[in-house]
Design a binder for this molecule. Structure first.
Ligand SMILES: C[S@@+](CC[C@H](N)C(=O)[O-])C[C@H]1O[C@@H](n2cnc3c(N)ncnc32)[C@H](O)[C@@H]1O
Length: 206
């Protein structure tokens, strides 16, 4: 990667943060929290040509790596700095990701999603941002996605307990079963916030 482009990228990442690795064509430009193991799990459920929705996509690590294997990715992120990093990174990685700088919530759901349907929806460490609307949001997403992959903090992760929902919805698998019917625990991988704590990744289907 040429020096000026790299400097521009580093400047953007400095503002936006590096929750996940910042990757350009296989080279880690800035190391983030654990993401490789999570990607390896998720990749098994995404094929070339699949329509993928990534909600709360941060700097686009998953969106870009899934676009690299040929998925058609819509990436929604409500933080401008992060959305900018994604757009920049998609260009540097020579992949096409449709990045939308929007907050997905009950009000914006239909204006953003319309009648689109997806093969895979990624809801990685984002559903607790919906607060008390979490169930209604998950029901809406259930109706537009064949496979929904959800990662959620566990109550023992004290950093996550700032959000009372993490405790209230525990055990989360049981909560998800009520909404989706079919729920499979795909993996338990290190939390991006703290590699000593583990988080569960679930596959939900109607
Ligand atoms: C904890 S990070 C998770 C990032 C990524 N999904 C992962 O697990 O590696 C949550 C991200 O979701 C974004 N976010 C939170 N609520 C959102 C919403 N309603 N619509 C779009 N983005 C949202 C935040 O700005 C942040 O980038």
């Amino acid at each position: 990667m040429e020096k000026t482009k790299k400097d521009q990228l580093l400047e953007r990442v400095k503002k936006a943060g590096n929750y996940n690795d910042i990757l350009v064509n296989g080279e880690i430009i800035v190391k983030g929290g654990e993401c490789r193991q999570r990607l390896d799990v998720i990749k098994k459920y995404v094929s070339k040509g699949n329509k993928v929705l990534d909600v709360g996509s941060h700097s686009g690590y998953f969106a870009i790596e899934l676009a690299r294997i040929g998925a058609d990715v819509l990436s929604i992120e409500n933080n401008k700095e992060l959305a900018d990093v994604q757009i920049f990174l998609s260009g540097e990685n020579n992949v096409k990701v449709d990045v939308m700088l929007r907050e997905l919530n009950l009000k914006t759901f239909y204006p953003i999603i319309g009648y689109k349907k997806f093969d895979v929806i990624l809801l990685l460490n984002v559903v607790h941002y919906w607060g008390e609307n979490i169930t209604e949001m998950l029901e809406k997403l259930r109706d537009i996605g064949k496979k929904i992959i959800i990662e959620f903090p566990r109550p023992y992760e004290t950093e996550a307990i700032y959000n009372p929902l993490v405790v209230k919805l525990s055990p989360f698998e049981k909560y998800l079963k009520k909404i989706f019917g079919e729920v499979e625990l795909l993996a338990t991988t290190p939390s991006p916030n703290n590699k000593d704590k583990l988080r569960n990744i679930f596959l939900c289907q109607k």
